[in-house]
Design a protein around this ligand. Structure first.
Ligand code: UTP
Length: 226
């Protein structure tokens, strides 16, 4: 069975939850399964994770504890996707690579959150794509690709249709790596897709974009290995 890893941005879980949107994303995952492709979904932590992280940091928690809180919330978000998928989903949220391997043998859609402190769910998703030999890694997020600058801040920012790993690395290494602060993509995720030459796309998270990017239709930004 071919596999695809889809990282769902934390923005999918923004408040108030949009059940129709979540349902429509899940329908696209089910249609892949019907086409003989096993989706592996990695849920981000989003604003709820950041909210917990911010209050606990203000109260003196250390960064590893804050990472663990982010992981816990991303796993709660994974539970939402599992509920929406019903019997199409493996019922448990794997918490290690071994558990992911075991879950994949079910042939069902596997849904997880974060795995290790000090990572983002993007890096986790890249590792899972590597481990599961996924034919494509889709980063479904709240912007329609990679821009020369943050398009929410800079109106003159231009979108890349393709970006090489070196340029992307330079773009993202200016941000700090503390709990809850990872942006679009992080250096570790880039290093992993580079070393295993994983086909990777960053797209706006809609069911149609996800399905199109699996079919090879050009959407979002494709990361070119350099
Ligand atoms: P995310 O990486 O999902 O943050 O995890 P996010 O802001 O929702 O990102 P997008 O929008 O999906 O891209 C939230 C926090 O959980 C911790 C980190 O602190 C991260 O910032 N985390 C998550 C880990 O430490 N390890 C993981 O494997 C995943």
């Amino acid at each position: 069975m071919q596999r695809v890893v889809i990282k769902l941005s934390g923005s999918v879980f923004k408040q108030p939850f949009d059940s129709n949107y979540i349902k429509s994303l899940c329908e696209s995952f089910i249609s892949m399964l019907n086409d003989g492709i096993q989706p592996i979904i990695v849920s981000g932590g989003g604003e709820i994770a950041r909210s917990y992280i911010n209050i606990m940091r203000a109260l003196g928690a250390d960064e590893t504890t804050l990472d663990e809180i982010g992981i816990s919330v991303s796993r709660l978000n994974a539970k939402i996707i599992i509920s929406a998928l019903g019997d199409y989903a493996y019922p448990l949220v794997p918490t290690s690579m071994d558990e992911i391997s075991l879950a994949l043998t079910s042939g069902k859609i596997v849904v997880l959150g974060g795995l290790y402190p000090g990572h983002s769910t993007n890096a986790t998703a890249a590792l899972v794509a590597e481990k599961s030999n996924a034919f494509v890694f889709i980063n479904a997020t709240d912007v329609d690709g990679v821009y020369t600058a943050d398009p929410k801040v800079d109106k003159n920012a231009k979108k890349y249709d393709q970006i090489d790993t070196k340029t992307l690395f330079n773009l993202v290494t200016s941000s700090p790596i503390i709990a809850g602060s990872y942006d679009l993509f992080d250096p570790l995720a880039i290093k992993i897709i580079e070393r295993s030459k994983i086909r990777t796309k960053i797209i706006l998270c809609t069911p149609q974009n996800i399905l199109n990017s699996i079919k090879g239709v050009s959407v979002g930004t494709e990361i070119v290995i350099k």
